[in-house]
Design a protein. Sequence first.
Length: 671
Amino acid sequence: MKQNRLFILLFILMTAYSFGQKTAFSPSDLWKLDRIGGGSVSPDNSTLLYSVTKYDVGENKGSSSYFTYNLKNGKNETLSGEVSKLKGIQWTKDRIAGIQVVDKEKKIISTTLDNDKPLVIISLPAEQLIDFKISPEGKYLVTIEKVKTRKTTTDIYPNYPKSDVRIIDDLMYRHWDTWQDEFSEQLFVYTLENGVAKTPGINLLDGTEYDVFGGMSNVIFLNENSIVYACKKKIGKEAAQSTDTDLYIYDIASKSTENWTEHYMGYDQQPIFHEKTQQLAWLSMANDGFESDKSEIIIRDITTQTDVNLTHNIDLTISDFVWNEKGDKIYFLAVKEATFQYFEIDVKTKDFRQITEGVHDYTSIQLVGTKLIGMRQSMLTPNEFYEADIKTGVEKQLTHINDEFLAKFDTPKVTQRWVTTSDGEKMLVWVILPPNFDENRKYPTLLYCQGGPQSAVSQFFSFRWNFRLMASQGYVVVAPNRRGLPGFGSKWNNSISKDWGGQPMRDYLAAIDDVSKEKYVDKERRGAVGASYGGYSIYFLAGNHEGRFKTFIAHDGLFNMTSWYGTTEELFFANWDLGGPYWEKENEKSYTEFNPTTYVNNWDTPILIIQGGNDFRVPIGQGLEAFQVAQLKGIKSKLLYFPKENHWVMQPQNAMIWQTEFYKWLLETLN
């Protein structure tokens, strides 16, 4: 009987059941959504260029197409012909340019939206060219290219060409999901004559082992004569323990380089130059090693070489910004109380105001006249392009890629709830209620534990941890903005560091306890789920939940803080958040009291453990150690292992199995 019931429940889950006149949103529906991306406005402010990616689960891949949106008449058009086959399309002064892959070469092609007079700017080996940018007046081309900067094992041992071994003598030998190889990503500049690049180009990093930091988004031109780029000019152990990236200016005529942000100690990135006022603005963090530090806007007058911290007195962390045409205002994107909104700040007075508001996240920003244009999403809807009137804040949806598809489904309800924490603070908790919610019914309830650990629980639309999908399967979702999340001031954001198992855990319990007072919460069917630091939270709560939860799901979570410190790659993160190495006495609390392994003797609750084999941030041993504990203690447990996935699940078919196993586990353990 139980097996038959489970089969019926799974059938309902995967095929979407009738709910009135509409249906429930299912995992397969999630992967039918089109994903809008990119988005850049033409130099004359007339046209928005963007991409749409469709995924074919059967083929296990996605394919992208380019579209234009006429900002004057609202007309959408699909790019066709040869121009539609280009990759990485971008606007130039009066044309567009993109990359064409031909056999083993990548050609940078300049053309028009109508495929008029295509011109090959440069042709490079396919494995060499990564990205490009053309100067505003079309005099120069900059590229990011792979350059061999290190010896391989075959170089050292030419008599053993079939050997398979890595010889490592320093740290940062792997990063996220990639082992360090013999190549570095270097920045080249080429002079253009009649639109064609003169070769060879000049390597701005001189064949060192450094990489351009952050790709082409951190490379700009100054007055057509200079290039500004971001770089962390550190290698090995020094690079592994530092976030100190700097902005460098390269003078094309003199071929000289100068560090412009040497005395700024954290991340310096996203430079934007205002030509009329001769001012350079960028995002800067104050503390070396703190990757989630407050991000502020610094402005430098390049004539006087004086700097101003524009947002020092604003307790917001900036994620993106643009200048206005006159240069007396900056519009920026920041998270405030768990939503990402647009703001305006006066460059001289530093007075600022919020432009937009509402239960949604803006994820990009561009200026077009009196409007800001960007992608907007919520927990219920994926990205679409919107415009917001700068003066009034009135918003208008520009694209409708998924509107018709989503209209077929019943919609959950997203609510805000302010919960009093154990230390008397107020915490914003999102509560997502199932479609056709009935307060007189009792629902299984999930506590969602966020990763990061300093990533906002905002109005994001995730293609894995999707709250709309969870609620549509009949679960109440409780998503707390616990200690350590941005959008509630620097003190709230910073307080998680060196306190991983302290107040943030008490915040989780305060959230689930408060929501559980509602009669619609079935206290006998509560679970907790999360990834990364959220996975750590699951492992920690498994030994400290005092019977609250009936099931757990942990994805790529940190289980053993000692072994994790010994195998992760970006040590600046561990050093800042845990205090430093486990062998130093002053850090003992992070590796004992705040270590999930300390409490495994209390484990007695079913747990699903998910682990990516190519996750070098939270390496495979973390998931294996946790699973072994659960198995040896006789706890109902399962290991879902993805050998080729990293910290995320990127392949469509793997993602479908992830979703299927996720909800199958909940059905087995909460029903």
